[in-house]
Design a protein around this ligand. Structure first.
Ligand code: SF4
Length: 352
């Protein structure tokens, strides 16, 4: 369902409201988030994506958290754009381990005219396997966006990273306005948006609230909202950043769930550093999407096995994408009916 047409989505959040949500007593916040989650999703399903880096390192951007930036020396092996056939082989392996979406990332400022045709072939090939496709290739112009949409790309990932106010402390080579412009092109071309941010870069609570406000106040909510915990990589300017309180991270997931009730909230980078208890708390707060990483495709997938064992212990099953579409649609209809009867819960959550 188009989120902007749904009566449960709001696009006029204020900083005071979002900050108040982030600062609620923990148990109240989790209860509200889980309640909202159950109104829109099967609480025991988690969507599983696989991420593959199709071009690694030497990125001209200067994102201070990123080991792929050419501005920092992190000892990362640089790789050219992967061959189409190799990407398709990796996609098949991702499908075999239960992923329903294949995300391909390239460390570029923007795709070049030389590389774009190969990227389009990748999208077509992965689509033909029956998987959803997602790409993250940096800034796009309108023509490139349309070409990706025409090739069958389902999702485009482009993170806002943090609040507009804090953004300049983290990235200087691309503006916040350019990011929003790329997101608007993606939306106009009819694709779904994956956009979120990172905690642990030295941002304040107001910056976290500001990020969520930017995302939720877009004309339509991003269908996928990755919330990342900074992975501190030696050689990047943030290698010694202060740790985030794990409960504050869970709070961020919970507030994202409340503000964007129809979106998939993705427990994203940093998950491998979280213990099982924290991951289960994240699911309780409304996170319902995870990544299997790239390495996992080439090392016998020990992490994938571990993830599946955790799912089993928690009674969670990976979500099939047909199931998602039906469930969200049905839940949205049901919720609209409930809303007419009793709107107190959602608006209480928003204002207290
Ligand atoms: S644009 Fe992407 S790959 Fe490049 S430095 Fe920033 S986060 Fe890293």
């Amino acid at each position: 369902m188009n989120a902007s047409l749904n009566p449960v989505t709001r696009h006029n959040w204020t900083l005071a409201e979002v900050t108040a949500l982030l600062q609620q007593p923990f148990n109240d916040l989790i209860f509200t988030a889980q309640t909202v989650h159950r109104q829109h999703f099967n609480a025991n399903r988690v969507q599983v994506s696989t991420l593959l880096s199709i071009k690694t390192g030497a990125c001209p951007e200067d994102c201070k958290y990123c080991p792929q930036s050419g501005h920092y020396n992190t000892g990362l092996d640089k790789e050219k754009l992967m061959e189409v056939q190799k990407v398709l082989e990796e996609a098949q392996r991702a499908k075999d381990i239960g992923s329903t979406r294949f995300c391909m990332g390239a460390a570029w400022k923007h795709p070049s005219a030389k590389d774009l045709p190969y990227v389009l072939e990748m999208v077509k090939g992965v689509k033909a396997m029956g998987m959803e496709t997602c790409m993250t290739l940096g800034k796009l112009d309108q023509e490139q966006t349309q070409a990706l949409a025409d090739a069958g790309l389902d999702y485009y990932n482009h993170n806002l990273d943090t609040s507009p106010e804090f953004y300049g402390n983290i990235i200087t080579t691309r503006t916040y306005a350019q990011r929003l412009e790329t997101l608007s092109y993606v939306r106009d071309a009819g694709m779904k948006i994956c956009s979120g941010g990172i905690l642990g870069m030295g941002e304040s609570i107001a910056d976290r609230a500001g990020l969520l406000m930017q995302l939720a106040n877009l004309p339509e909510h991003p269908e996928s909202v990755p919330i990342n915990m900074l992975v501190k990589v030696a050689g990047t300017p943030l290698e010694n950043a202060e740790d985030v309180d794990p409960f504050d991270f869970i709070r961020m997931l919970a507030v994202a769930r409340i503000m964007m009730p129809l979106s998939h909230v993705r427990l994203s980078a940093g998950r491998e550093q979280m213990n099982e208890q924290m991951q289960s708390l994240a699911f309780l707060a409304g996170a319902n999407s995870i990544f299997y990483g790239e390495k996992l495709l080439t090392t016998g997938n020990p992490q994938a096995d571990k993830d599946m064992q955790l799912f089993e212990r928690l009674g969670i099953k990976p979500e099939a994408h047909e199931e998602y579409a039906d469930e969200v649609h049905q839940a949205a209809i049901e919720h609209a009916l409930i809303e007419q009867r009793d709107s107190s819960l959602f608006y209480d959550a928003a204002t207290h």
